[in-house]
Design a protein around this ligand. Structure first.
Ligand SMILES: Nc1ncnc2c1ncn2[C@@H]1O[C@H](COP(=O)(O)OP(=O)(O)OP(=O)(O)O)[C@@H](O)[C@H]1O
Ligand SMILES: Nc1ncnc2c1ncn2[C@@H]1O[C@H](COP(=O)(O)OP(=O)(O)OP(=O)(O)O)[C@@H](O)[C@H]1O
Ligand SMILES: [Mg+2]
Ligand SMILES: [Mg+2]
Lengths: 255, 255
């Protein structure tokens, strides 16, 4: 039975999509069966996997709003990953979702039908705490929080944690924090080091040991439509995400 | 009469807030009267100016949803900038806004009352193309688009431009592109250079000549609650935003 992980942080540009795409590909390298769900209207995870978001026959919008069967909407990308793709249609979904009965459970209920086919399902959330992210948190077993080691990203964690607590209290009582992953880390930069030590002080061993370094290969790979492990498997970025996948799998030995 | 500039890009983490705060402070250094409007529920511009978003007596939420007078909601920060502050209350505003008659014009109508007191009004938009950003685009005379020179940020411009075109067609016919500003630019990085030349090829002289370099002082300043020109006025980041302010003022000689 799949472990469902939401990759969430309302702060923009902290590495949610990069973590989702590269962790999914790394888990697959470890012979796990993985589904990636793109819940962001930007469709970055979709494009990052080489799937053209403007040529989709169906997308997550159809699944959430029209109740299209999720099995019909899943595509397989070039690297063999299963993907529930997204595009700009999802921008208007928030206003439409709110009019649907039990809108918070739409993604959770859709995933229930295919959960047994995967070891992991990773959900890439948009940079907001609105209805789409709530849908992702309700569907998830736990949350991975990418954190860029800078002031605004650290400061935003308070709001994210209280959002998660609200979802736990009313919609998904078993939702847990899977871990916080430090992204774009630069050890030469005292701000990075300072924020990192504040994270570890506050969150303890919920902070992954793996530090994702700033590595230009991670920024180049999406323009080639492949995860970094297929673009440059010897790069520090690829090695970091493979290491992170090792930590994730260790926490879920049954998968 | 104030020039109203929306700082918008749905891609997260491209430097919208950093541009808004530091351009506002730089315009003030040039003796222009400036109001900064924080339209992002994250409240980053508010915190970046040293104003505690959790201690506000009133915020932009009250102005947009309850019709509180904007003059009553404006605070003055430590550096003398006028600020219409924001906080997490704004997260739920999108669902409430949609139920208000002419919701698209709420910010535009609120700003009309105080526009004559300023030379420039800068609006920091959230990382989305939803109702809040639409409100910002309808309120604005033109849009400044911060662009990080990387793949996802470049790819997202198509969606942003079509959103702007839709607002021009139906809600704000005189809305123009003020300019695109390249942020976190690293000349040693071939991806940065490549994306930058694609921007200039496509957008021509709508791309500001000023390149904002990656400069850690820009990331450190917000943790001290001040714009970079007050934190380290000799830094490359401070000089870049003062130069950008010069370009902006040149386009609006009457201010
Ligand atoms: N470790 C890294 N090293 C270098 N570049 C990175 C790294 N992680 C991410 N990037 C780049 O930084 C930018 C932001 O990352 P990404 O888009 O994954 O963040 P996000 O949190 O998903 O953004 P959004 O909030 O818009 O969804 C992208 O251009 C990405 O390629
Ligand atoms: N030129 C720069 N050099 C170094 N760091 C920068 C620069 N510009 C912005 N930053 C840092 O990068 C991060 C992202 O910038 P910022 O928060 O301004 O982007 P944003 O587009 O407003 O993000 P969001 O989409 O979350 O609103 C912040 O931590 C900021 O301090
Ligand atoms: Mg993303
Ligand atoms: Mg911002």
């Amino acid at each position: 039975m799949a472990v469902v992980l939401a990759i969430a942080n309302q702060k923009g540009g902290v590495g949610k999509t990069t973590t989702c795409v590269n962790l999914a590909a790394s888990l697959q390298e470890m012979k796990r069966k993985v589904l990636l769900v793109d819940l962001d209207p930007q469709g970055n995870a979709t494009m990052g996997l080489g799937v053209d978001k403007n040529q989709l026959s169906s997308s997550i919008y159809d699944v959430l709003i029209d109740g299209t069967s999720i099995a019909d909407a899943i595509v397989v990308d070039d690297s063999g990953l299963d993907l529930l793709a997204s595009n700009i249609d999802l921008t208007g979904a928030e206003i439409e979702l709110i009019q649907i009965e039990r809108w918070e459970f739409r993604l959770r209920e859709a995933l229930a039908a295919i959960k047994n086919r995967y070891d992991f399902i990773l959900i890439d959330c948009p940079p907001s705490l609105g209805l789409l992210t709530v849908n992702g948190l309700v569907a998830a077993d736990s949350v991975i929080v990418p954190v860029q080691c800078e002031y605004y990203a650290l400061e935003g964690l308070t709001a994210l944690m209280s959002s998660i607590r609200r979802v736990v209290a009313s919609l998904n009582p078993s939702l847990a924090i899977e871990g916080l992953v430090r992204t774009m880390y630069d050890p030469r930069n005292s701000l990075s080091r300072e924020v990192s030590s504040q994270l570890v002080d506050y969150f303890g061993d919920r902070v992954y040991r793996t530090l994702i370094p700033r590595n230009v290969r991670l920024a180049e790979a999406p323009s080639h439509g492949v995860p970094v492990v297929f673009y440059d498997k010897y790069s520090r970025g690829a090695i970091a995400y493979l290491t992170l996948a090792g930590e994730v799998v260790k926490k879920h030995p049954q998968t």
